[in-house]
Design a protein around this ligand. Structure first.
Ligand SMILES: C[S@@+](CC[C@H](N)C(=O)[O-])C[C@H]1O[C@@H](n2cnc3c(N)ncnc32)[C@H](O)[C@@H]1O
Length: 324
């Protein structure tokens, strides 16, 4: 196993991590990953998204570039490490399913360098065949074969798990801000509902709120919760068909912002106990601006709808007309 990968992992997990050390460690991580393969991230072919029935799988190059979102990457490493440690207090060896690895299996490699193969076993999957090929090369390059039960090219929204009761943790980061376009909700609902009741979901929750944002994007005021995707939500919605949707009706007459405020949907991610990605800390949590608040204040009621479709996401309706 690469000594530098282990050093990067220990720096990222250290309490003494500074923003500068984080930046340097992620730069080094990126460069050892690129050295480990022959992948062309600038290749136009690798930038093409894959359209699936209920959303898109972003192109391999973009999936690889997720690493460069520092707070996202750090919080996922640390949260997943905590979840593994929590499970290891219950049993000696645990099995983690990582759905949507991208070309580097970015979120798991530092953990494979930290935990032994007796402690941590993983199953890795992605729908993009080039990503899967590349992940196989990377696992061989770092010598992690003993940690890996299977590397599979499959659409996670259709996969029937062969060993669901053996799985302890589901890890998936297949999302964009406001849960738009990608398949996080469908993937986690489909896979997690096959797993044991005491399995851990990562991220533990994703909260979308209807918010009012000052037009310099500094202040944020929560108006109402729109959607919270967590274990309880997924257990309530085990089958997400192409026409599945959920709605929240909001009475604007009770809310008074200031003239220049913007109406937006914010995203907050709790990766695992104590590791949260707050508003604007990452590309995944930038607010999705809907428009000037004043343009919506005459509507008595607005209906916010989150729907699964080839392009999942939020729409807003007034008197049964879609306005956004
Ligand atoms: C946002 S990228 C994240 C990559 C990496 N896990 C990370 O966090 O850095 C999402 C990955 O999930 C994969 N993916 C998306 N939908 C999928 C599906 N239905 N089944 C399997 N993989 C999927 C994409 O191909 C892509 O590699």
């Amino acid at each position: 196993m690469s000594k530098s990968l282990r050093q990067i992992a220990e720096t990222l997990f250290s309490d003494a991590l500074t923003p500068q050390k984080l930046e340097n460690s992620l730069k080094s991580y990126r460069s050892i990953l690129l050295n480990a393969t022959t992948l062309g991230l600038d290749d136009q072919y690798n930038k093409r998204d894959v359209q699936l029935q209920n959303g898109i799988a972003i192109g391999l190059s973009w999936a690889g570039s997720c690493l460069d979102d520092p707070i996202r990457t750090l919080k996922f490493f640390r949260g997943t490490k905590r979840a593994i440690e929590a499970k290891l207090t219950e049993k000696e060896s645990i099995h983690l399913l990582y759905a949507g690895t991208g070309p580097f299996a970015t979120l798991i490699l530092p953990l494979l360098s930290h935990f032994s193969s007796d402690q941590l076993q993983v199953t890795l999957l992605d729908v993009n065949p080039t990503s899967v090929e590349n992940v196989s090369q990377i696992i061989d390059y770092f010598g992690f074969q003993n940690h890996v039960q299977e590397i599979r090219c499959v659409d996670a929204t259709k996969m029937i798990l062969e060993n669901p009761l053996e799985l302890d943790i589901l890890l998936s980061e297949t999302m964009q801000h406001a849960l738009q376009r990608e398949l996080q909700v469908v993937i986690t609902s489909h896979l997690f509902n096959q797993m044991r009741a005491d399995a851990i979901l990562i991220p533990q929750s994703i909260e979308l709120d209807i918010v009012c944002v000052s037009n310099d994007a500094v202040d944020i005021q929560r108006i109402d919760q729109f959607l919270k995707v967590d274990v309880d939500f997924l257990r309530l919605h085990p089958k997400m068909h192409a026409d599945w949707h959920i709605e929240k009706t909001m009475d604007f007459s009770k809310f008074h912002g200031t003239p220049n405020d913007l109406l937006a949907i914010s995203t907050k991610i709790k990766v695992y106990e104590g590791e949260e990605i707050q508003w604007n800390e990452s590309g995944l949590t930038t607010p999705k601006i809907i428009g000037d608040l004043k343009d919506f204040q005459n509507a008595n009621e607005l209906v916010f709808r989150y729907a699964i479709s080839p392009e999942p996401g939020c729409t807003i309706h007034s008197e049964s007309t879609q306005i956004i």
